[in-house]
Write a protein that binds this ligand. Structure first.
Ligand SMILES: NC(=O)c1ccc[n+]([C@@H]2O[C@H](COP(=O)([O-])OP(=O)(O)OC[C@H]3O[C@@H](n4cnc5c(N)ncnc54)[C@H](OP(=O)(O)O)[C@@H]3O)[C@@H](O)[C@H]2O)c1
Length: 194
């Protein structure tokens, strides 16, 4: 109850940040302890919302960002906006439809072909289907997209190759407020970097 009230009021917690804090505020001091070689972050669903904001702020902090998106047109806009703000930002776009095992497999092959390190994995993409829909693999769409697709990236492909690399899987647990979710991402990022 107390925690809920603090959250609603935007009061800072032990970390010094609260639900009113932005990703930029949370990562402001990260550059002092970022490694000199660029980290690579793979973010699914970064064509809008929390994913796009996460990509923007990570790129601003010098992280190489790979945006995995279903809609490459939207992702191109996100990339343009990031590079308008941070001209040196390295942003790579790859296509993925998490609701299709075939697409996830193609995406993983393309990502692996880039021969980049994978330092941060943000499995952000997700949707909620109001109707009973099925993926091309004949699995209920929300489950296929939010769980199986993300799991496939992590478990069946990347973890085998990047077995020695620390991977963070972050999933938004917060229901109401975008900024709170940014904070969740960013605190976990800071935790990883430290
Ligand atoms: N915002 C909240 O309060 C909240 C609360 C609970 C959970 N979440 C979760 O947090 C994540 C981000 O939320 P958000 O508010 O930023 O949502 P959003 O703006 O709707 O963004 C969702 C992203 O996921 C992508 N996506 C959806 N289905 C996909 C698929 N089959 N393959 C590839 N990409 C797909 C979307 O791509 P398209 O542009 O192609 O549709 C979009 O880029 C989601 O997983 C959401 O479920 C958010």
């Amino acid at each position: 109850m107390k925690a809920t009230l603090r959250y609603l009021a935007g009061m800072a917690g032990p970390s010094g940040f609260g639900s009113n804090s932005t990703a930029e505020q949370v990562t402001e001091d990260c550059s002092s302890f970022l490694p000199s070689a660029a980290l690579t972050a793979l973010i699914t669903g970064a064509s809008s919302g929390i994913g796009a904001e996460t990509a923007r702020v990570l790129a601003k902090r010098g992280v190489r960002v790979v945006i995995a998106a279903r809609d490459l047109k939207k992702a191109t806009e996100v990339k343009k906006n990031i590079q308008k703000e941070t001209p040196k930002a390295e942003v790579i776009l790859l296509e993925i439809d998490l609701g299709s095992f075939g697409s996830v497999q193609r995406f993983c092959s393309e990502f692996l072909a880039l021969e980049l390190p994978l330092n941060i994995l943000i499995n952000n993409a997700g949707m909620f289907s109001q109707n009973l829909e099925f993926s091309e693999d004949k699995i209920e769409m929300t489950f296929a997209t939010n769980y199986l697709g993300s799991f496939l990236i992590l478990d069946l492909f990347l973890i085998r190759v990047y077995i020695k690399i620390e991977i963070i899987v972050i999933y938004s647990l917060i229901n109401t407020h975008h900024r709170s979710a940014y904070i969740l991402w960013m605190l976990l990022l800071c935790y990883y970097i430290m």
